[in-house]
Design a protein around this ligand. Structure first.
Ligand code: SAM
Length: 281
């Protein structure tokens, strides 16, 4: 049974966001989602890292971009007519923005909005170790039960300094009393051990793509057919594709035009190289 939402307090129809991935800023677009309209949130926001070694690959990349920027900036000042250099600079700016979008953390205020739009608090949030305590604290303060799921990668990027390998990703699960929890023995493990999914990264060109089978288990465990799943940081569209394949409705928001296009194509079964996928996901 589809519910028709006609107007919200911003005057825009929620139906315009339903069963789509919309290009835009989730901090703004979420205001168009009515209270008590979402059954489950699965979100994978930009991670927040400690500076230095804990930042792993992102820290190194960010430091490299900063260095390249500084040198490009100085060279640009010397030869402003060098259009090729300006083109490279614009490209670098886009890459820098993309890197920020996936590695500068998220504003905790969005959790207040997510609580507003959920029928009952029922949410999975992928995060870095640095974000774990803040998120747990937020939901425990509003009387939710919480759990931590983990994804362990068997082939993490090597580290050259005195830190442990970056082989673990965390997913906080918060649930209000009465929120649906079903699933099977096989879908309800709290840890996953797989290789880092390089083939998905190659297929859908997103550096932090999540394994779709893990996301499918979360959807099976925490929602029923036709219910509405919301992913405000949808990236290459993993949550929305999983929801579609499992006969759920979905709302996805992605701020980066390139990832947005990849995710919309992915919903149609098209790979980032333009070829049609043999399988949907
Ligand atoms: C960690 S990635 C999500 C990856 C996704 N789970 C997947 O499997 O492909 C986070 C995504 O959030 C997007 N993002 C960052 N800030 C955003 C915002 N304010 N609104 C919408 N999307 C945003 C980034 O561009 C990035 O693609």
């Amino acid at each position: 049974m589809l519910t028709l939402y006609t107007h919200t307090h911003t005057g825009t129809s929620f139906n315009e966001l339903l069963n789509k991935i919309t290009l835009g800023d989730s901090y703004e677009l979420i205001k168009q989602i009515p209270d008590d309209s979402i059954d489950l949130v699965i979100m994978d926001p930009p991670y927040e890292f400690d500076t230095g070694s804990g930042a792993g690959a992102f820290g190194t990349k960010r430091r490299n971009y900063r260095k390249e920027y500084i040198s490009l900036y100085h060279e640009k000042g010397k030869s402003t007519k060098d259009t090729e250099r300006l083109r490279i600079s614009a490209n670098k700016e886009r890459q820098r923005q993309q890197l920020n979008h996936i590695s500068n953390g998220f504003e905790l205020e969005i959790l207040d909005e997510l609580v507003r739009v959920m029928k009952k608090i029922n949410i999975y949030i992928w995060c870095s170790k640095k974000q774990v305590s803040k998120i747990l604290h937020y939901f425990e303060n509003i009387n939710c039960s919480t759990d931590i799921l983990t994804w362990h990668k068997t082939n993490p990027t090597p580290t050259i300094n005195n830190s442990y390998l970056p082989d673990t990703e965390y997913c906080i699960y918060a649930r209000e009393n009465g929120a649906y929890l079903g699933g099977e023995y096989e879908t309800k493990h709290k840890f996953y051990i797989t290789t880092a999914n390089k083939s998905d990264k190659d297929k859908f060109k997103h550096p932090t793509i999540k394994p779709i089978n893990i996301i499918k288990n979360l959807i099976i465990n925490s929602s029923k057919e036709n219910e509405i799943i919301f992913d405000p940081f949808s990236g290459s569209g993993t949550t929305c594709v999983a929801a579609k394949e499992l006969n759920r409705q979905y709302v996805g928001i992605e701020i980066d035009p390139e990832y947005h296009k990849i995710s919309v194509d992915r919903l149609e079964g098209i790979l980032a190289n333009g070829q049609r996928s043999m399988f949907m996901s």
